[in-house]
Design a protein around this ligand. Sequence first.
Ligand code: CUA
Length: 309
Amino acid sequence: MLNTPFSPISMHGAGIAHLFRIGLVMCYCILGLIIGLVAYACVRFRERPGRGQPRQIFGLTWAERTWTLIPLLLLASMFGLTAVTMSDTDPQVPPSNPDLVIVGHQWWWEFRYPHSGAVTSYELHVPAGKNLAARIQAADVIHDFSVMQLGRKMDAIPGYWNYLWIDADKPGTYPGFCNEFCGAEHAWMTFKLVVQDPGAFAAWEQHEAQPAPAPATTEQKRGEQLFQQETCSNCHTIRGTRADGRIGPDLTHLAARSALGSGVLPNTRDNLFRWLKSTQSIKPGVHMPNMQLNDPDAEALVAYLESLK
Ligand code: CUA
């Protein structure tokens, strides 16, 4: 299936897609009419031998009335349809108790589930067929939360809260983007919307809300110590440990995610090693500093982080 606004996965998205289609049909009809009239005039009134100057006409009242009235009616009907769709798709009363809090950061998305305490990034899981109230906010600059199949997208603005309904009803995985230029790695501020059956979603959320599993092997334990010593913990949270930084993504269940760096690399052991060793060459400008790790230390950190299922 193509990822376009014409393949909506939600009732609100379908309403917006419908409005878009009406607008497109209207525009194509006007375009066809104008091209037809221009072509007709070119042929009918073209220069011919023996023909004099065409007669000029001034002040044709019925024509002026017609070409004022038709656009007025078209615009008024578009305005009416837009107003109805807006009131259908807009959470008019900002929910004081949102189901989801979505925070845009340079350059990753944070997804918080306030009712369960689960926090994640890159993968936004939602249950199919439920209308979720999402609060959209920004940690630094303006971002824009966008999944084309949801229809509506929403700006994330520092110091201001916006609201969006997420009412996906077709299970599947859909690409998400940041749709407002926000700096060097704007293009890699991607995410995935994962729409799940309610049972599967409940299991996922319950797992994500749990603290991180304790390291089991000696190498994993060494990795955890390094994580605390090497200042990783100043920026990242791993729930259940002392690491409670809020600058970078929550890594409590990092190993359960499908990608690293907001989609820049598939989440594999080798890629995580490369990411730790040379973050800046993989995602230039990213705010994670070069930790100057030697290979054995990086291996231990990988062993620990990959155990965070
Ligand atoms: Cu965030 Cu563009």
